[in-house]
Each structure stands twice: as C-alpha cells, then as structure tokens.
Design a protein around this ligand. Structure first.
Ligand code: ATP
Ligand code: MG
Length: 552
C-alpha cells in the first residue's frame, strides 16, 4: 500500500479529534448500498475510509446499507466484496449489514415514540409533500402530529405486524415543520413496504429510511468518523439529532467531502444500470465501464487506481477530475510492470529472401528492467509485420519499411525492402526484403543505419488472437450533464478484430496478465474469455494519450 501520507482536511480533523481527547482507535466504514457494482467514485471512498483507518492505526468496516430491498441483490453484495478486496483492502471483522440492526432500530423508533419525538402519520405522499412547504415557505404540522403516545405505539406495532398496505402510513420524527433545513421537517423514519429482503426474508414489512438508519448503524458499530459525500451535509443536523435523542452506545461524527467526478465518465449506479439493462455494454464488468470490475477487466492495475485516488486528494468543493489523470497513472504503472511482447494487428507477409536458415533470437522482456529476463523468438524466412509499417515509397518521416530503405526488426536484424506483390485490386499482399545484417543488434557494415524499428512475428510460429480495442465509452467530457446520456456515447468505443497474430508464448498468458504489445499499447488477457486455444486480449490503454487537447 502506498505510504504517501498526503495531508488533507479529513486527516486534519481526525487528528484534531484525537488531540482533543478522542480515545480508542479511529473506526471508519465503507457503507455501499448493494444496488449495483462499485464504480471509480466508490474507489475514492474506499481509499479514503480504509486509508484513514490505516493511517491512524484504526480499523474500517464494510457495511452494506441494505435498507431498500427491492433494488438490492446478492450479486451486488458478492461483487462489492470482491472489488474491495481486489483494490487491496480487507475490512475489520465480518461483513456487516444494516439489516442486522433492524430490531435495534425498531426499538429505538419505539423509544422516540415514548419520548414524544415520533408519530405515525396517515397523510398520503401527495398530501405530505404539500404539508412539507418549500425552501422559502415553512411547512405545516400534520393533523396526525399530536396523536397520543399509546395510539402511536399501537399503530406502529400494527405497521410492524404488516396490517397496513404499502404507503398507507409512515413513522415520522417530530422535530420542526418550520425549520429552514427541510431535512428537519418531521422526516420519515419508517415506510411500509411488503417486500422480501435478501437478508431478512419476509420478516419485516416496514423499512427504516437512510436517515434513520445510517447514523444509528454507525453508533452501534462504534464508528468514530462517518465520512460521506457533500450531499449529506444538510442531513448532518438530523444525523446529530438522532444521536442526541437516542440511547446509543457511541457518538459518531459525520464529515463530508466532495464526490469524485471524472470526465468522460458516469458515476451513478442508476445510470450505469441503465447502460447494462439497455445492453449498451456487455455487463457491469464490460471493460468500458467505470466500474471497478470493468476497470479490472480492462487491465487497470489496482495500485494505479489507488494511486490516482490519492493523487486527486479530498476537498470540500465539487469539481471534475480529468480522466487522463487516471489513464496516466495506469500507463506509468504498466510501463514499469508489464513485460513486452509482440502482436501484429494487421498482418502483412514479409519474406526475408536471403535468410539462410531460421534463427532463434533472445529478446529482452523489458527495455529498462533486466529482472524481466529474455525470451526466445523464432526468426523465420516468412514473417508478419503490420500493414501500416510498410510503404512502397515514403518521405523521411516514415521510419518504417520502404522499398530500397532499411529498418530494424525488433530483436535484431536489419533488413531492406526489395519489392512487393499486389492482388488484382492493388492491395499489397506480400513484401520481400533482404537481410543487411544477420547478427542481432549489429549495425550494417556500410554505415547506413536504419532509422526505425518495427515489430514482427514468425508466420509459421505465431498464433491468431482476438483483440478488443477499447476507447472511451462517452465522447463528451460530461456525459452526466448531457440531456440524453445515450446520445453522448462514443460509437467507436469497441472494435473487435480476429486478424491479429501474436507470439506463441502469449497463449500461456495468465488471465488478467497485462503486456505491452510493442508499439501498440497495453493489453490484458481477458479474465474470462482468454484461453490457450483461443487467445483474447483487451486493450488496456494506448502508449500515449490520444485524447489530450480534447479533454475539455
Ligand atoms: P450512486 O449514486 O452511484 O448510487 P451512492 O452514493 O448512492 O452512489 P452508495 O452505495 O451509497 O452509493 O455509496 C457508498 C459510499 O461511497 C458512500 O459513502 C458514498 O458517499 C460514497 N461514494 C459514492 N459515490 C462517490 C463518489 N463519486 N465519490 C466519492 N465517494 C462516493
Ligand atoms: Mg447512496
């Protein structure tokens, strides 16, 4: 884990609490709702919460905030745990569930009723909205606000027994219908919902709201710092109100920071779900998705994602982070950690007319790091080079193979273009070249050095592969703001090719292993689809930022 301890205001506040006498370890939590896969914004929250716990020698809980059974599922619970672990974090103790506290929350709701601080309200949702007032106008008291304690208890118990239908009644806190903070205008604590829950089955026909559940869950778990995003800032007085009026065992403190928004990206589970449901992408872990599972399948290394999250820092004001920053973190990491290999994307046959016999070349796996070792490559009389690497004639800016000109083949020999064959359409189908040097790495004796290096594979000893070239899913910098997210899609975000030829050893790539295909970019063996019989590589990222200048 990176030990880079950037100073940020969250650290400062926690340190301040410790200095002011907060005793015991710092305990944070990451509290996802299991209603979708985690995305890059959640990665930020994970690194913040787990990172702070780590920096202060405390602990971090993973708690599913599962109070909305209809939208949640076991698939999401499983994927979230897998993603947190893959990012490199381990939560303290068992996985926790808000639903495990339903009985305690229910008892605390009864406590508020007993204290005259909560009541059962029969207003319809439309009426309740009307009574609530507006930002500029105070709300009005519900006609049910002054029910007796015994009537409230009886009604709430009936709600719990499932005697009413969905939406018929709610339990509300009795705070202040004239408060300038709308969240304090008698907020709802419980709703009736006859819905089966993935953890508690049919035990509960009523479910607590986020506001009533979250702070109390924190208090039950002894969370010291409940870190959330800025949209909850206006909920903090309510968070504190519950903690002040309930016999909770601990007094957590809520601190907000700005959400991470990255350009060209959607970070809303609801919208990502729409992309999945409408089959715009192949699933939550489609490599174009900004989900952690998608980034993983794309070949983005977890340390690069963590590094990016640290680099962007935490702030109190919303902004947009350039996606190029994440891409650059990925490129930096892979440049250091990915072995090199060769893949010819658009194969063109090259015949070395005077190669006496096949040779075996030792080619280094990393130009800067000898620890990667070497591999043996067969240099045969017939090779494949990339179609883009040959021209019959070209000016001096084209540093590849040209008739009558020299180029070096990666790993050794210098060759010179002689002639080419074309089919009846004029398409070049084969290039012939002679060998100027036969000693790997040697320079030509006549002193005419080649200007460039091109990659190649043996025609006989290479194997075909499927290559999925990915690009950004959206072609506008702020797709979340687009009137229609679908119209902001990049039509060329996926191009699949079955033409590529790869070095034979790449068949044995482990799933999720990333290589730099020389001169092409970084590619990962697909986690699910790659096999020795049918190699499949996903493009992780190009060697250079091809979007710079267009990042808005
Ligand atoms: P979404 O809108 O995508 O559903 P959410 O906030 O509803 O996001 P949760 O499952 O409730 O999703 O989020 C779990 C935690 O992750 C919360 O503490 C939330 O504040 C945090 N989080 C979610 N999105 C971001 C983001 N873009 N940047 C930083 N933290 C985030
Ligand atoms: Mg949420």
């Amino acid at each position: 884990m990176s030990a880079e301890l950037r100073s940020n205001f969250l650290r400062t506040q926690i340190q301040g609490d410790l200095d002011a006498g907060l005793s015991g370890p710092v305990i944070t939590r990451f509290p996802p709702e299991p209603n979708g896969y985690l995305h890059i914004g959640h990665a930020k929250s994970i690194t913040v919460n787990f990172g702070l716990a780590e920096q202060f020698g405390g602990r971090c809980h993973l708690r599913f905030d599962d109070t909305n059974p209809e939208k949640e599922s076991q698939e999401f619970i499983d994927s979230i745990q897998e993603d947190v672990r893959w990012l490199g974090y381990e939560w303290h103790g068992e996985v926790r569930y808000a639903s495990a506290y339903f009985q305690q929350l229910f008892e605390w709701a009864l406590h508020l009723i007993d204290e005259g601080l909560a009541y059962v309200c029969d207003l319809s949702p439309e009426e309740a909205r009307e009574y609530r007032g507006t930002l500029t106008e105070a709300g009005r008291n519900s006609p049910y606000r002054d029910r007796s304690t015994s009537e409230n208890v009886a009604l709430f118990l009936k709600m719990r027994e499932g005697e009413f239908s969905d939406g018929e009644r709610v339990l509300r806190a009795k705070i202040d219908m004239a408060s300038s903070n709308m969240n304090l205008r008698d907020p709802i604590l419980y709703r009736i919902r006859h819905a089966s829950h993935h953890q508690t089955g049919d035990e509960w026909p009523i479910y607590p709201t986020y506001d009533f559940a979250h702070g109390q869950e924190d208090a039950i778990e002894g969370i010291t710092h409940s870190i959330c995003t800025l949209e909850f800032e206006d909920h903090r007085p309510l968070y504190d109100w519950f903690i002040a009026h309930l016999p909770v065992p601990h007094r957590p403190r809520q601190i907000e920071f700005a959400r991470l928004n990255t350009s060209f990206t959607i970070t809303s589970k609801r919208k990502l779900k729409q992309l999945v449901d409408d089959q715009v992408v192949a699933g939550w872990d489609d490599p174009r998705m900004p989900t952690i599972a998608g980034l993983r399948r794309r070949g983005y290394p977890a340390p690069a994602i963590r590094h990016f999250c640290e680099e962007v820092g935490t702030s109190r004001s919303d902004g947009m982070v350039d996606m190029a920053m994440l891409e650059s973190a990925v490129r930096d990491h892979l440049n250091r950690h990915a072995p090199r290999a060769m893949c010819v994307m658009r194969p063109l046959r090259l015949v070395l007319t005077d190669l006496p016999e096949s040779m075996t070349l030792a080619v280094s796996n990393h130009p800067a790091d000898p620890q990667f070792g070497e591999r043996q490559l067969r240099m045969d009389r017939e090779l494949f080079i990339d179609r883009e690497d040959f021209r019959e004639e070209a000016n001096k800016h084209f540093k590849r193979l040209v008739l009558g000109k020299r180029v070096r083949l990666r790993g050794g020999l210098v060759i010179e273009g002689e002639r080419c064959d074309k089919d009846s359409d004029g398409t070049i189908v084969c290039v012939y070249a002679k060998c100027i040097t036969l000693v790997p790495g040697a320079d030509p004796e006549d002193g005419v050095k080649p200007k460039g290096v091109i990659h190649w594979v043996s025609a006989e000893h290479s194997v075909p592969a499927t290559i999925r070239q990915y690009d950004r899913l959206f072609s506008v910098a702020d797709p979340a703001r687009a009137d229609d997210m679908m119209s902001a899609l990049n039509p060329d975000s996926l191009v699949v090719s079955d033409d590529a030829m790869i070095e034979p050893a790449l068949r044995d790539a482990a799933p999720e292993q990333v290589f730099q295909f020389e001169r092409e970019g970084y590619f990962v063996a697909d986690r699910y689809d790659h096999s020795a019989a049918h190699p499949v590589f996903n493009m992780t990222i190009g060697l250079r930022d091809s979007w710079s200048g267009s990042n808005g």
